[in-house]
Design a protein around this ligand. Structure first.
Ligand SMILES: NC(=O)c1ccc[n+]([C@@H]2O[C@H](COP(=O)([O-])OP(=O)(O)OC[C@H]3O[C@@H](n4cnc5c(N)ncnc54)[C@H](O)[C@@H]3O)[C@@H](O)[C@H]2O)c1
Length: 704
């Protein structure tokens, strides 16, 4: 409890010569109204106290400030604003030092940029991540940072949005010193030295020297923009960030700040920013279980065991190793084990060659992973994750063995994509410890982890799985037991329609182009080629279902990239898909064989038939209580399947389009199709009739 207000404290050191203003608004010093007004009062007090010669602003160990309180977004903001606070700092004739430990992000970093000096701990990170919410730093950040570090470096930080480690920030000139040891005492020494030095304290707004290269070369920022905006083409926020930096170069400070604010206000009402802010909140919500009693504690996890060193097992082992958790990988034979571990090492080597990992770090991570062909090693795991072939009998046998060997209370998880976790759990005498941990390929890269809650799964097991997810850097969502769980179940609807589009008149590259234009990184057919068409073929054969075109391609040995041909043709060693006349011939012949009269299909129809059936399935998933929230489905699609974040996920997107439109279009397509799944789902019908959206649905518990 502070003495200015609940979250701000004012004290003095050196017989009143140094004012120390502490920010204490846990967990991360979000700049909510209380913190802002407390800061103004404290800064004014320091200004008006004649004994005070210098001021230090300091946060907590975790954060100087992680930025705006985004729960205030969309509401009228009560003054003072952050701009007011920084303007107040600009009027001070006494040096103000920002002492940064932990994070100084967004508005938090803008506050620090408004101070005359910045010092930081070694582990501190600073940055301006607003672009990730479809915004730009709107409290002078785009004007002050270029003046401190130059326009090019500032554009990279502002458009990239990633946090910058203290050492790099120091090298660039964004901070003045990195202090080791007792941080508070050292920062106080720094402040004391500045007080003693006297003179007019330096303001970022007055600096011009670092802007010189961009002023001398007007095309510099065009080139920077070309490089940085390529991957985010068409998005308004990154472009506005660049425009704001340009304003810093070309306009006087106050004019530049006006421009920044105007750009910020435009972005605030953009649909992209609305979607990105939805995702920000949805991600945090997804990790919560509404029916979890507060008393439930997760179990400690010191060691993991992964069974199977194939594609998934290796990637899952890497997730644990990357998080510093020792992991045992169990295989049936030495050759398979060696192959699996070699692939893990190869993946790390690729990361080194890309510059994202050091040799030393690789050695450290590899040292966390050890392989064995002794199944008895299961006993070592606090968590055991099974990732063997997708066969129920095999999985049941393995879980019976795990049951005999695993520690009492160990978390027992299967990475199955399609099998019934309840049946797997029944192979053990401890079904309360069993759940699904459905990773996505490549498991060490994809952020999504679906946690599958079976009928007997305990809250303790769920809490433990959620906590593991957090530790290994995954975005988690708890889902129910059903075919394909949430993500793949919806994907199946898209896959059916994709094949039908080909039969009715489209070509793979037409479909992929429409899905790419929507914002996905890849279309369904290029994705199929990447994953391998034989995977689905084998599953279809086992289930006795057909997919005329895909089956024909597989029968011709076209399994995708790995055979140099699938829906596309691939040059040796290249992953670039090339349209293939051979495939067109196969498609045309298949349509004819099935007596389907082909027609021209436009991009709009393709897009609707790719997206709306998935949304329809999402409505069924919610009705069956296989997902807790519509926004969980959004998270699953963004982090597991590359749904464009600026479209907010399928259910959010549906709400923006309007559910009655989606219902009408689905009804139209259903009337002209043999795909019965196109019929509007009851919950879609109901919400559309009531004029509501999926966002109006209350959070629910998973049906077990
Ligand atoms: N590949 C994907 O994209 C993906 C995505 C999510 C989930 N999954 C699921 O993950 C699981 C594994 O898939 P994968 O693609 O890694 O398969 P994979 O064929 O690449 O690997 C399976 C591995 O398990 C090993 N194995 C088989 N029986 C074993 C036993 N008794 N003890 C120890 N090891 C044994 C095999 O030797 C093989 O190395 C499956 O259930 C699959 O449905 C796969």
């Amino acid at each position: 409890m502070g003495n200015i207000n609940a979250v701000v404290n004012f004290e003095t050191a050196d017989d009143g010569r140094i004012a120390v203003i502490s920010l204490d608004n846990p967990p991360v010093n979000a700049l909510g109204h209380a913190l802002r007004s407390g800061l103004v009062a404290a800064i004014e007090r320091a200004r008006d106290d004649h004994a005070v010669a210098a001021v230090m602003l300091i946060g907590t160990a975790r954060a100087f400030s992680a930025g705006a309180d985004i729960s205030e977004f969309g509401k009228p903001r009560k003054p003072p604003s952050l701009i007011d606070i920084v303007a107040l700092l600009d009027t001070l004739a006494k040096p103000v030092v920002a002492a940064i430990s932990g994070l100084a992000l967004g508005g938090g970093f803008e506050l620090a940029l408004g101070c005359h000096y910045r010092v930081a701990t070694q582990s501190a990170r600073v940055g301006l991540p607003e672009v990730k919410l479809g915004l730009l730093p709107g409290a002078g950040g785009t004007q002050r940072l270029p003046r401190l570090i130059g326009a090019e470096a500032a554009a990279e930080i502002i458009i990239g949005g990633d946090p910058v480690p203290a050492a790099k920030a120091l090298a660039l000139g964004a901070i003045d010193a990195v202090l080791e040891g007792d941080f508070r005492a050292k920062a106080l020494d720094f402040t004391r030295a500045k007080a003693a030095a006297g003179g007019k304290p330096p303001r970022a707004r007055d600096r011009e020297d670092k802007l010189a290269p961009a002023k001398a070369d007007p095309a510099l920022l065009d080139r920077v923009g070309e490089k940085l905006l390529r991957r985010v083409k068409g998005l308004p926020a990154p472009k506005a960030c660049l425009d704001a930096v340009r304003a810093a170069v070309n306009l006087a400070f106050d004019e530049g700040q006006k421009k920044e604010l105007a750009l910020f206000m435009e972005l605030l009402t953009s649909p992209e920013s609305k979607a990105q802010r939805h995702v920000f909140f949805a991600e945090r919500e997804a990790a919560k279980l509404p029916d979890m009693p507060a008393s439930v504690k997760e179990k400690p996890i010191h060691r993991a065991v992964v069974i199977g060193a194939g594609t998934m097992g290796g990637g899952i082992a890497m997730c644990f190793a990357n998080a510093g958790i020792p992991v045992r990988v169990i295989e049936t034979e030495q050759a398979a084990l060696t192959r699996g571990l070699d692939r893990v090492a190869e993946n790390y080597r690729i990361a080194i060659s890309r510059g994202s990992l050091t040799e030393a770090e690789m050695d450290k991570r590899m040292a966390q992973i050890s392989g064995t062909i002794d199944f008895g090693a299961v006993a070592e795991g606090d968590v055991v994750i099974e990732a063997v072939f997708e066969e129920m009998d095999l999985k049941r046998r393995i879980f019976a063995d795990i049951d005999r060997l695993a520690k009492p209370g160990a978390l027992l998880a299967s990475n199955t994509s399609t099998l019934d976790i309840n049946e797997i759990a029944r192979a053990t005498k401890r079904p309360e410890d069993v759940l699904g941990m459905h990773f996505f390929s490549p498991a060490n890269v994809m952020r999504l982890l679906e946690i599958v809650r079976a009928s007997k799964t305990s809250f303790e097991a769920l809490a433990t799985a959620l906590s593991i997810g957090r530790r290994i850097g995954k975005v988690t969502s708890v889902v129910g037991v059903c075919d394909g769980f949430v993500g793949n179940r919806m994907l199946a609807r898209r896959t059916t329609q994709a094949e039908m589009l080909l039969l009715e008149g489209a070509l793979p590259w037409d479909v992929d182009a429409a899905v790419l234009a929507f914002g996905f990184p890849m279309g369904p057919f290029a994705m199929g080629d990447l994953a391998g068409l034989d995977v689905g073929w084998r599953i279809r054969k086992a289930r006795g279902v057909k997919a005329a075109i895909s089956d024909t391609l597989c029968e011709a040995g076209r399994f995708g990239q790995k055979t140099g041909a699938g829906y596309y043709r691939y040059e040796p060693g290249s992953r670039t898909p090339n349209p293939d006349p051979e495939v067109e011939k196969i498609i045309l012949a298949t349509s004819e064989r099935l007596g389907i009269k082909r027609r021209r299909i436009g991009a709009e129809e393709i897009t609707e038939r790719m997206m709306y059936p998935m949304i329809n399935e999402g409505a069924r998933i919610l009705e069956e209580r296989m997902a807790m929230r519509a926004s969980d489905i959004d998270i699953i699609w963004i982090y597991g399947y590359g749904w464009p974040v600026w479209r907010g996920g399928p259910m959010f997107y549906a709400d923006q389009v309007g559910l009655s439109h989606i219902r009408d279009r689905l009804a139209h397509y259903a009337a002209n199709s043999t795909d019965k799944m196109l019929t509007p789902a009851p919950w879609l019908e109901k919400l559309a009739a009531e004029g509501k959206g999926f966002a109006s649905l209350p959070v629910q518990t998973i049906a077990v």
